[in-house]
Design a protein around this ligand. Structure first.
Ligand code: PLP
Length: 406
């Protein structure tokens, strides 16, 4: 599909905002949804809506087939070895909290270490802070290099025989850094630690193979990859998940319930207490179909060309600072002179351009960058060079506006 055809699949992009054609550059926060995903959700609610795994009636069977069929699509998408290793959760945040609560509480104690980086999203910091406080473990950080990357020698020096869990983001939502997850996993395993990967900014944009990475846990959210909100995935190796306790108890996840004791279903259902996110999972399946139809390699190529073009054009704007390494994923985080990023985003909005401004759920990283906030333009498969050109014009307008006011 050429980009024009891809764009036509996203009805939301055809609108005007503030009298200008919408330029959507906030896909790292959430992506837009193609018509196939929207119609899959509508079709499910119009035709098949029912609870799963319970009824023997036809609608119940259709809903169950759709839900479990999506699990198989996810398994293929990340190359997990079995659907037992694919747990549907609310999103990346829930996936990381599940590992911290279940694996963490059972395996971490006083004197143990949890290793993360200062570039993590809050959802990959706070669960570990809480676990460390609860258990008396130490939370350690792999230091960042000046360009916002991490070096393997620092990884080697930070992870020790006391480290029990290492949790690192694959792709930074602020710097665009692509971390060497396979190498970090190898170092973690050499020290008998388990490796958790926050894949929220990776799964939508590049081919992920959990067996090739050899990570123990991998988390991502459907809403950043053309799917619905409210659904995401926790991948975990079967031998670890088998030994872990569920974190939510109730319907759907039980085998036998007595007055004083109960037993759990097998994987993956023991981690899916209550009525699951049925429509969401089916919508995620449709999103995977859509992304695979275009191809993850093609998506990566589109974004790479856009980010290269954006970096080149943005570097010609005087007073504009770009944060993060040269080699990066499809986003550019920046500040413009002394203009507050919220003001930048507000002026751009008047031009129909949607960018993110704030701390991007990465306050420790903002501190490291020595800024209170930044603006961020993030690209996805439906963006074009015209969108980058609109951003450049918008930034020039912003400069003129503030130059004029002050
Ligand atoms: N990790 C990263 C790198 C993210 O960018 C995000 C969302 O912005 C998250 C985790 C949290 O994802 P969610 O809010 O879908 O749970």
């Amino acid at each position: 599909m050429i980009t024009k055809e891809i764009r036509e699949q996203f009805p939301i992009l055809g609108q005007e905002v503030n009298g200008k054609p919408l330029t959507y550059l906030d896909s790292a926060a959430t992506s837009q949804k193609p018509i196939s995903v929207i119609e899959t959700l509508a079709h499910y609610y119009k035709n098949d809506n029912s609870n799963v795994h319970r009824g023997v009636h036809t609608l119940g069977t259709r809903a169950t087939d759709g839900y479990e069929g999506s699990r198989e699509k996810v398994r293929r998408f990340i190359n997990a070895s079995s659907t037992e290793e694919v747990i549907f959760v609310r999103g990346t945040t829930t996936a990381i909290n599940t590992v911290a609560s279940s694996y963490g509480r059972a395996n971490i104690g006083e004197g143990d270490e949890i290793v993360i980086t200062p570039m993590e999203h809050h959802s990959n910091i706070i669960p570990w802070q809480q676990l460390a406080k609860e258990t008396g473990a130490t939370l350690k950080y792999i230091p960042l290099q000046a360009d916002g990357t991490i070096s393997l020698s620092d990884v080697e020096n930070t992870i020790t025989a006391h480290t029990k869990i290492v949790s690192v983001m694959y792709v930074s939502n602020v710097l665009g850094t692509i971390n060497p997850i396979k190498d970090i996993t190898e170092i973690a395993h050499r020290n008998d630690a388990v490796m958790m990967v926050d894949g929220a900014q990776a799964a939508p944009h590049m081919k992920v193979d959990v067996q090739e990475l050899d990570c123990d846990f991998f988390a991502f959210s459907a809403h950043k990859m053309c799917g619905p909100t409210g659904i995401g995935v926790l991948y975990g190796k079967k031998q670890l998940l088998d030994k872990m306790e569920p974190v939510e108890f109730g319907g759907e996840m039980i085998d036998f319930v007595g007055l004083y004791d109960s037993t759990w279903k097998e994987l993956p259902w023991k981690f899916e207490g209550g009525t699951p996110i049925i429509a969401g999972a089916i919508g995620l399946g449709a999103a995977i179909d859509f992304l695979e139809q275009i191809g993850l390699d093609e998506i990566e190529k589109i974004e790479h060309e856009l980010v290269e073009y954006a970096m080149e054009r943005m570097s010609t704007i005087e007073g504009l600072t770009i944060f993060g390494p040269r080699n990066r994923a499809g986003l550019v985080t920046f500040n413009l002179d002394d203009v507050h990023p919220h003001d930048v985003a507000t002026v751009l909005d008047t031009e129909g351009i949607a960018v993110r401004a704030g701390h991007h759920c990465a306050q420790p990283l903002m501190k490291w960058l020595d800024v209170t906030a930044t603006a961020r333009a993030s690209f996805y498969l439906y963006n074009t060079k015209d969108d980058v050109d609109a951003l450049i014009e918008g930034l020039k307008t912003t400069k003129e506006y503030f130059g004029h006011v002050f």
